[in-house]
Design a protein around this ligand. Structure first.
Ligand code: FE2
Ligand code: FE2
Length: 181
């Protein structure tokens, strides 16, 4: 079961955001957005990424067999969990109306928004590829440095992706609140 809160129907969200006659409602909500659940999930994803980054930093070529097996089990399990979480998160974002709202509110940033959206597939595919390699290499030690580098790289890309998305959401709402120049 996902930890994320299922958003309202996409049409409801778009209506909330595009209703120019309701700025007071947005203001009284203390700058809450219809995508607060998305932003909260970004914090959860960052936490998972940090755990995996910490695990990667504890990888040592000279690990004892028992330590290696524990490390591998922990890393594979956490990576699998993050993969499932991201696939659901990306699907949620694409079906919730988020990207349609960003396009409406930030017309000058449509190309950038499109690039961010396209990262969903490349990130999910890359994690799937790393998991497949781990499944094949599980009995062997040490792991190929290239595989560890790929894992570090995709974790960094996830953080960048969610940061860019959070920034776009914030910009869209500043537009909505009329606080931008
Ligand atoms: Fe996303
Ligand atoms: Fe996201």
């Amino acid at each position: 079961m996902s930890k994320i809160e299922r958003p309202h129907h996409a049409a409801d969200k778009r209506a909330e955001l595009t209703a120019g006659s309701r700025p007071a409602a947005l203001l009284t909500a203390a700058r809450r957005t219809p995508f607060d659940a998305t932003l909260e999930e970004h914090r959860g994803i960052r936490h998972d990424v940090q755990e995996l980054t910490d695990l990667l930093s504890r990888y040592r070529v000279g690990m004892e067999d028992k330590v290696w097996r524990e490390w591998m089990s922990g890393f594979s399990g956490k990576l699998e969990g993050l993969h499932a979480r991201l696939v659901e998160h990306f699907e949620e974002e694409e079906q919730s109306g988020l990207y349609e709202v960003l396009g409406e509110k930030l017309p000058n940033l449509v190309p950038r928004t499109r690039v961010v959206r396209e990262e969903h597939r490349t990130i999910a595919d890359e994690i799937a590829g790393i998991r497949a390699s781990l499944d094949v290499l599980q009995p062997t030690f040490p792991l190929e440095p290239q595989l560890l580098d790929r894992a570090r790289e995709v974790l960094y890309r996830i953080v960048c992706h969610e940061r860019k998305e959070s920034d776009l959401i914030a910009r869209a709402f500043l537009e909505d609140l009329g606080e931008r120049n």
